[in-house]
Design a protein around this ligand. Structure first.
Ligand SMILES: NC(=O)c1ccc[n+]([C@@H]2O[C@H](COP(=O)([O-])OP(=O)(O)OC[C@H]3O[C@@H](n4cnc5c(N)ncnc54)[C@H](O)[C@@H]3O)[C@@H](O)[C@H]2O)c1
Length: 355
């Protein structure tokens, strides 16, 4: 906010927008913003988290920029609405993974919160300690935690579980993640399979049947031996891969916990129900965490605001929108510009929706 005001912009905020994050309307007013029922009315730049209501788009100034985390291919109506309203739509999921875009990378900032929160959910739900304890009343061994998916969220989950003193194992299909997992003091569970399919930009891709079979072989005993399984595996723009089967969960001891942090995109566990806790025959529970960053709204918002402000600085100049779509950051994250849907998967989806 301060940065935007110093750059000569006026900022309007919806009433109550920051309540869960710990900021009152008065806090925003004291920082120099105005509180408005419809802050998008006549705005040149609209920052939101998820898709704005379709009717807001027509109330923005023509040529306005809308930015957020929109999963555009999953929401073709948003792109169509933006194209019809003549506003430009940018989605931060599409940012290229280059150094200059890192401070705008909302997927990473929110994944950091997700991983931390997921471990805390597991630790508070598990009916035993995470750390090893040596007490006069006996010695308690550390909890065994398995983290599946060692991207940003997974590594944060591992680091948090290690800080709490658990014995942690990390697993990922990308062999390069082994060093990162081990640098956090966890063991790495490798597939030792040669035919893992690599994605681009450091992301994973869907795995062939043979790799999936090998993965189940490797994971089944590891899951049976774990008190906690935290899953974070994702493939950009796709449903989350199903990795943990119901048999695997049923093999876990009574009281064990599976925390599925990919629940919003379909879940990594066969038994996951988003926003619910499922008790499984055998005594384990599967927690399908809905919107994990929402578990820690203050820091999730703070990090997201930094992502948005950095993006705003890239598209606003001397009080005006100034879009240079030859800039690779803007080019990659642009969904709609000049009435045209430029993001091909979204355009394909719109074509399908209209067919
Ligand atoms: N340079 C940058 O700007 C930048 C920014 C963020 C992340 N990264 C890197 O990109 C990589 C991906 O990170 P992310 O957090 O965005 O990933 P993500 O959220 O897309 O996926 C989470 C993890 O799940 C793993 N996964 C996917 N399918 C799987 C399967 N079937 N079984 C097991 N694991 C599976 C992925 O390999 C990934 O590590 C990491 O190496 C991360 O450090 C780079």
């Amino acid at each position: 906010m301060k940065t935007l005001l110093e750059s000569g912009f006026s900022v309007a905020v919806q009433p109550g927008a920051g309540v869960d994050a710990g900021f009152s309307d008065q806090d925003y007013e004291e920082a120099g913003a105005s509180i408005e029922e419809e802050p998008w009315r006549g705005a040149d730049f609209l920052a939101s988290l998820r898709a704005p209501a379709p009717e807001w788009l027509g109330l923005l100034n023509p040529g306005a920029v809308v930015v957020g985390l929109f999963s555009p291919a999953m929401e073709p109506d948003l792109a169509v609405g933006a194209a019809e309203a003549g506003v430009s739509l940018f989605s931060l999921e599409l940012l290229p993974r280059i150094t200059r875009a890192q401070s705008m990378d909302a997927l990473s900032s929110q994944a950091t919160v997700t991983g931390y929160w997921g471990t805390l959910v597991a630790a508070t739900r598990l009916p035993r300690f995470f750390p090893m304890l040596m007490t006069a009343a006996g010695t308690i061994p550390p909890a065994r935690v398995l983290v599946i998916g060692a991207g940003v969220a997974g590594l944060q989950a591992i680091a948090t579980a290690r800080r709490l003193g658990a014995a942690v194992v990390g697993h990922d299909v990308r062999p390069v993640s082994q060093t990162e997992v081990e640098s956090l003091g966890a063991k790495f569970l490798s597939l030792e399979a040669g035919d893992v399919t690599e994605g681009s930009g450091g992301y994973a891709a869907s795995q062939p049947a043979e790799v999936q079979r090998r993965q189940r072989e490797v994971l089944a005993p590891a899951i049976e031996n774990s008190d906690v399984v935290i899953t974070t595996a994702a493939i950009p723009g796709r449903r989350a891969p199903v990795i943990v089967t119901s048999e695997m969960v049923q093999s876990m001891r009574t009281g064990s916990v599976v925390v599925d942090l990919a629940a919003d995109t379909g879940g990594n566990c066969e038994l996951t129900q988003v926003g619910k806790e499922v008790r499984v025959p055998g005594g384990a529970v599967v927690i399908g965490v809905r919107n994990p960053p929402g578990g820690m709204p203050m820091h999730a918002s703070q990090l997201y605001s930094r992502n948005i402000v950095t993006f705003a600085q890239a598209v606003l100049s001397e009080g005006k929108i100034s879009l240079d779509l030859t800039d690779e950051v803007l080019e990659a994250s642009c969904v709609v510009y000049g009435g045209e849907i430029r993001h091909q998967p979204t355009a394909d989806r719109v074509g399908l929706a209209g067919a």
